[in-house]
Design a binder for this molecule. Structure first.
Ligand SMILES: C[S@@+](CC[C@H](N)C(=O)[O-])C[C@H]1O[C@@H](n2cnc3c(N)ncnc32)[C@H](O)[C@@H]1O
Length: 165
């Protein structure tokens, strides 16, 4: 399971011992990665069947889009990680789930990806500059990219590493 190069490059921003929230964690490539760096990780997905059971990993099965109550009410984390997932109504929840100074690592597909395949529907593709607009005034942006990548496959992605002010 290959870790996103963006996540690997910026994982060092997450302070030692900080808790990490992996949203739409999938098979848990970043859950495992951060657990391997001695972080306690909470992994949320509607399908948790492939997530690893471990003492430092909390697994929460939840549908994040069907109007169910937010499964992390009242909880905050040292970092929030999201890759290859976009459900715009969640952004306020994700930001509120960060502790002051917490790190947001977000990477997903953006407009232009339809030329390479799926996802191709606008609701699954960030608009030009969208992540920057979302964090403006609330986060200090450490790194941002909007570009074509060739690994693990050709895709147009947008990605950000930012610290909550
Ligand atoms: C493309 S995968 C990305 C997985 C992981 N973040 C990664 O990059 O390896 C998208 C994930 O979003 C999850 N997902 C999709 N819709 C969801 C929903 N409504 N609630 C919770 N998880 C959802 C899927 O189950 C899947 O694991």
């Amino acid at each position: 399971m290959t870790v996103s190069s963006w996540i690997a490059n910026w994982a060092g921003l997450v302070p030692a011992g900080a808790t990490v929230l992996d949203i739409a964690a999938g098979k848990g490539r970043h859950t495992r990665f951060f657990a391997g760096r001695d972080h306690r990780v909470t992994a949320v997905d509607r399908d948790v069947s492939s997530l690893p059971a471990a003492a430092d990993i909390e697994i929460i099965a939840a549908d994040l889009e069907d109007g169910s109550p937010w499964p992390l009410a009242g909880r905050t984390f040292g970092a929030v990680v999201v890759t290859n997932y976009l459900h715009r109504p969640l952004f306020p929840r994700l930001f509120d789930a960060l502790q002051p100074g917490g790190i947001l690592l977000y990477e997903t597909f953006m407009a232009g990806n339809e030329h390479f395949g799926k996802p191709s529907r606008p609701e699954f593709l960030l608009k030009d500059g969208e992540l920057l607009e979302l964090v403006r005034g609330r986060f200090s942006v450490i790194a941002y990219e909007a570009r074509t990548i060739s690994e693990p496959k050709m895709a147009m992605v947008q990605r950000i590493a930012a610290r909550l002010l």
